[in-house]
Design a protein around this ligand. Structure first.
Ligand SMILES: C[S@@+](CC[C@H](N)C(=O)[O-])C[C@H]1O[C@@H](n2cnc3c(N)ncnc32)[C@H](O)[C@@H]1O
Length: 293
């Protein structure tokens, strides 16, 4: 198979997968809007919350917005109050259609422009203050190339969420074993028990289960690996979920922490029955933006 064929194949398979059910889709747009009204980003992504509430961000580009919870959350909680507008792209038409309805439900449609595009084909004239992409780049044919492509649109800051290699593998191995020995229904039941957060909404929990357990293509990464990508793009690491967003004094200490994630994940998922899917985030900035923080 030529490179071009295999490249197209990943994108086509991933897109078809999400056209069947977008990720993070609630039973109804009203339910999604209710959940968005109830939560800003402070508890789940405190570093992103602080940046968006700082008054220094007026333009955000979200890559791979899916059913739109983050674009709508930013527009609802930070739009009018902090003057933030959002451009959001995704290649899945069904996800964008729901995202537009959710934005209208929250009356923030005028703060968000949704565009259907493959991220590798997306271009824009003006940079934005902040590029965000959560849970997307690891579903492409080349995560590093995807990162390099999208970080160019950021004048100042980049916020990325990716699957974590050591943290993710025990979770994947556990579900592969259940799928092989007992089948998909048992795997879904196990997933519902583990993931208490999304279990109350039948569409939402199904969309999470498919995404976490049945996905046709994903890769996993480490902060150590992504840090090298940041350096070569002249970006500096500000914060990461790996050390729970604490100030970074010694990078080697943070890398040592992530090495321990395999055992933490095994203990959580297999021993304690606590959900640990293996995902990490990082905020990085261009040097002039970091100096201004
Ligand atoms: C796991 S979902 C994450 C959605 C959203 N970021 C969230 O956190 O709810 C991945 C999203 O990335 C989109 N996606 C994957 N590959 C893409 C590509 N090459 N170009 C554009 N969108 C892509 C999918 O359509 C899907 O909506």
């Amino acid at each position: 198979m030529s490179n071009e064929e295999s490249t197209g194949d990943v994108a086509a398979r991933v897109r078809t997968f999400y056209e069947s059910l977008p990720f993070n889709q609630h039973d109804s747009a009203k339910d999604a809007a209710r959940s968005i009204r109830a939560h800003d980003l402070e508890s789940s992504y405190p570093d992103l919350h602080e940046l968006l509430a700082s008054g220094r961000i007026s333009s955000v580009l979200e890559i791979g917005c899916g059913a739109g919870w983050l674009a709508a959350t930013i527009a609802h909680h930070y739009g009018e109050q902090h003057g933030v507008d959002v451009a959001a792209i995704d290649f899945c038409a069904r996800a964008l259609s729901r995202a537009r309805i959710v934005a209208e439900e929250l009356r923030v449609g005028d703060r968000i422009s949704f565009v259907q595009s493959d991220l590798f084909e997306y271009e824009r004239d003006e940079p934005v203050d902040l590029v965000i992409s959560l849970g997307v780049l690891h579903h492409t044919r080349d995560c590093e190339a995807a990162f390099r492509h999208v970080q160019r649109f950021a004048r100042d800051h980049v916020y990325i969420g990716l699957y974590h290699a050591p943290g993710r593998l025990p979770f994947l191995e556990m579900f592969r074993a259940i799928l092989e020995s007992e089948g998909e229904d048992s795997a879904f039941e196990r997933y519902r028990q583990l993931d208490g957060i999304h279990a109350g909404d039948s569409t939402l929990v199904r969309s999470w289960f498919r995404d976490q357990v049945l996905h046709p293509h994903e890769t996993q990464h480490t902060l150590r690996e992504v840090h090298a990508w940041l350096e070569s793009c002249e970006l500096q690491l500000d914060s990461t979920s790996i050390n729970r967003f604490a100030k970074i004094q010694d990078l080697d200490e943070v890398f040592a922490l992530e090495d321990a994630f395999a055992e933490r994940s095994r203990q959580s998922n297999l021993v304690e029955g606590r959900y640990f899917p293996g995902f990490f985030t990082l905020l990085a900035s261009r040097p002039q933006a970091q100096r201004a923080r």
